[in-house]
Design a binder for this molecule. Structure first.
Ligand SMILES: Nc1ncnc2c1ncn2[C@@H]1O[C@H](COP(=O)(O)OP(=O)(O)OP(=O)(O)O)[C@@H](O)[C@H]1O
Length: 245
């Protein structure tokens, strides 16, 4: 496999915040068309890593390539191919769902039609509701819609289904399956073991800013000699998985 086959390449990333080391030498290669999961306890460096991959945070050291581009340098080009949903989105509270999706659509040459996208994330009934009046789960679904509006080739989702009810959760899983079927590469940060087990081709287990193990879900459970990813996480990292928030 050459680096041309990689949609995302992170090489020896480091990041400190004052005296806190958040990321201490992370390297990852995500194949084109793959759904790749990052699992780790609170503070393991997951968000910092995906923010560096998205070009939203500058690494102290190390390199990132997204489809061969450097997100910190080729900002305009990367914006056209990369969709990002982060944990907290700062959106204009007085705009409605339709207005926000329309605003983001205008940034792309071939956006998903606004109504179609709103339906896809289950917000048709809230189409004329202002962002500030949406529930936490609805805001979450809107932020996922905004990550997908430009038909990205690579999508980064940080805590895809945290805070969503079971039905919305299943719909999001279906959305991921559809992205995979369309050849889109997905990098997924999650606390939910069953979500990662169900969706991801490969998984990286993060501990204290480093990759402790990286394999298919089956490979991780085989390696740990256990029957679930939950148990493999405990066996391979020595840490208890977090409760899903
Ligand atoms: N802006 C910041 N300023 C200072 N410290 C930070 C900042 N962002 C993160 N940290 C610290 O860096 C470490 C890694 O944080 P990060 O958010 O990347 O971890 P995480 O694995 O995403 O955690 P979580 O599951 O809680 O979201 C933590 O110790 C955190 O407190």
């Amino acid at each position: 496999m050459t680096s041309h086959d990689l949609a995302i390449e992170a090489i020896d990333l480091h990041k400190r915040y004052g005296s806190t080391t958040a990321v201490a030498g992370i390297s990852l290669g995500v194949h084109r068309g793959e759904v790749f999961g990052i699992l780790g306890t609170n503070g393991a460096g997951k968000t910092t890593t995906v923010e560096m991959i998205a070009g939203l945070r500058r690494p102290d050291a190390g390199q990132v390539r997204v489809l061969g581009l450097d997100p910190a340098v080729d900002r305009g080009e990367v914006r056209q191919v990369l969709g990002v949903q982060l944990q907290s989105s700062a959106l204009h509270g007085s705009l409605t769902v339709t207005e926000l999706v329309g605003l983001y659509s205008s940034l792309y040459p071939r956006p998903v039609p606004t109504g179609e996208l709103i339906k896809q994330v289950g917000l048709t009934e809230q189409a004329t509701t202002r962002f500030e009046k949406l529930s936490g789960g609805q805001q979450q679904r809107l932020s996922i819609a905004l990550a997908l509006v430009g038909r990205p080739r690579v999508v980064i989702l940080d805590e895809l289904t945290t805070g969503l009810d079971p039905r919305a959760r299943r719909e999001m899983w279906r959305t991921i399956e559809n992205l995979r079927a369309g050849g889109v590469t997905v990098l997924l940060v999650s606390h939910a073991m069953e979500e990662v087990e169900a969706l991801c081709d490969r998984v990286a287990l993060f501990v204290a800013g480093q990759v402790e193990a990286l394999d298919t879900p089956q490979g991780l459970t085989d390696r740990a000699g256990v029957s679930s990813l939950d148990e493999a996480f405990v066996a391979l990292t020595g840490q208890e998985p977090e409760e899903v928030r």
